[in-house]
Design a protein around this ligand. Structure first.
Ligand code: DX5
Ligand code: ZN
Length: 212
């Protein structure tokens, strides 16, 4: 089972002060910075594009973990690679060919993640797990931070961990100390958290709580 990594999602941070957000995350010990990219088509919400990642880049030491909740990921991959992404995760429910998306992300020298929404079975990504560096199991419906954890997703984490003991399995949505324990026991190792971390007085202590 790979090491536990905390990926701080900026979605529910103070978006009027991304420089301060990046500094808080660096100081907290969270290894990754999670960018929730939404296009208003794949999900109703719209967040930010590659120009925001580019703006944050010089102010953060964290690994840049981009989560594309977009209908047409192939249009965004190169833009986010040029803006400094270290990992790009796309959704199997989007309009791309997963093999082609993974190949393009690898061609650009980045880590590739493939994601499933809560209602999508693991069978939908089975053919692509080997080629991907990470699987993102959404533990809420994509679109907004601050939602409640969906417990039925735990089985999917267990299924993927059973397929590959070393694959990075990321979870995203409703992650706090209580749900972090559940997902880690199920086999997840990359914990995306926004609300719990950015509401904390002491983010470093909150990161430690998530690690268990
Ligand atoms: C949903 C988003 C959220 C966010 C983290 O589309 O991807 O899951 O990253 O949400 P909270 O605030 O629940 O940690
Ligand atoms: Zn996300």
């Amino acid at each position: 089972m790979p090491q536990t990594i905390v990926s701080a999602s900026i979605l529910n941070s103070d978006l009027a002060d991304l420089k301060g957000t990046a500094a808080r995350v660096d100081a907290s010990g969270a290894e990754w910075l999670h960018f929730d990219v939404m296009d208003g088509e794949f999900v109703e919400n719209i967040t930010f594009g590659s120009s925001v990642l580019n703006a944050v880049r010089p102010h953060s030491r964290a690994f840049r973990d981009v989560h594309l909740m977009v209908a047409h990921p192939m249009r965004q991959i190169k833009l986010f690679a040029e803006a400094g992404a270290d990992n790009i995760t796309f959704h199997v429910e989007s309009d791309c060919d997963p093999e082609a998306a993974i190949a393009e992300i690898h061609r650009l020298g980045l880590r590739a993640g493939i994601s499933v929404k809560p209602g999508t079975p693991v069978s939908a990504i089975e053919p692509y797990i080997a080629a991907a560096d990470m699987v993102l199991v959404m533990t809420v419906e994509p679109g907004y931070g601050g939602q409640g954890f969906i417990h039925s997703t735990l089985d999917k984490i267990r299924q993927i961990r059973a397929v590959d003991p070393d694959k990075y399995i990321e979870v995203d949505g409703g992650i706090n100390p209580e749900t972090s324990k559940l997902v880690r026991e199920a086999g997840a190792n990359v914990l995306v958290a926004g609300t719990f971390l950015f509401r904390a007085q002491d983010m470093a202590a909150a990161v430690k709580e998530l690690r268990g």
